[in-house]
Design a protein around this ligand. Sequence first.
Ligand code: ADE
Ligand code: ZN
Length: 338
Amino acid sequence: MTQPATNTLIQALPKTELHLHIEGTLEPEMLFALAERNSVKLPYASVEAVRAAYSFSDLQSFLDLYYAGASVLITEQDFFELTWAYCERAHADNIVHTEIFFDPQTHTARGIAFITVLNGITRALAQAKERFGLTSKLILCFLRHLSEEDGFATLAEAEPYLDRIDGVGLDSSELGHPPEKFQRLFARCAELGLPAVAHAGEEGPADYIWQALDLLQARRIDHGVRCTEDAALVKRLARDRVPLTVCPLSNLKLCVVKDMRDHNLRELLAAGLCAMVNSDDPAYFGGYLNTNLIACRDALGLTAAEVVQLAKNSFEASWLSAAEKQRYAAEIDRIALA
Ligand code: ADE
Ligand code: ZN
């Protein structure tokens, strides 16, 4: 298939996105607008200066700016507008289902009420369902650089609203904060009926992926690209079809890989893993889902069959019903054969 033909295929295929931090969709223009509206002082003179600052050497150098940026989000309307802007972009990329992360501790630590955050996000998601037919799930992420006790306090704040929260995740600074630190918290989440995912094997070692699986009962691994350092782990992930929510442009921007041509996405697919592509924090990393797919196609020479496999995997890895997964798989086959 030619390049324009794979571009068309990437656009035409229905897809899910399963690794997206809503706070990571805060584009510089909105950052500035909200800072002005909420009288928050920013250390940047212009949108261009913000973009110029988005040059990262590792995960922590990004997180420092990401948490600072989130300080402009104050009201329910701010969270609504942030989420709505993402939904519009997701719809433009033909994402038909999205399972998004939010980081309540980033906001409650600044005195923003949990319900303010939740109401803003869920109002936008409901509007996206109505306007675009875009379905969604919401995953509450615990910040792993904070204590397990802090996580328990956040879970207590979330408990009255669990009908609006579909699962829990683990994000933030990976190195030095292994999944085992949160074993009791995730056991409690499981008792409450909340399925788990966890960031692991982004900067951290393959052992953190084992821990996420065995100690947190994670159903998906976010990133997970370092699994290829451990052949037994790759076998386990393939055997159980544990999805890896891979984020190629994020890996490039955070120096997990030096060059996109070094990314192991094709290797993961060839090993029979349920890998799929996501945008992570698209406002910071240079693109949304289709831009990630195109970057992989260009750097790795993804074939049309691999692009189709990634789209199929994105549904298999989702928390949609079996019937919905089947319906989308059939639609993908129809488009791939057209
Ligand atoms: N929070 C937002 N993006 C993240 C990432 N890529 N890794 C860990 N925590 C994050
Ligand atoms: Zn992430």
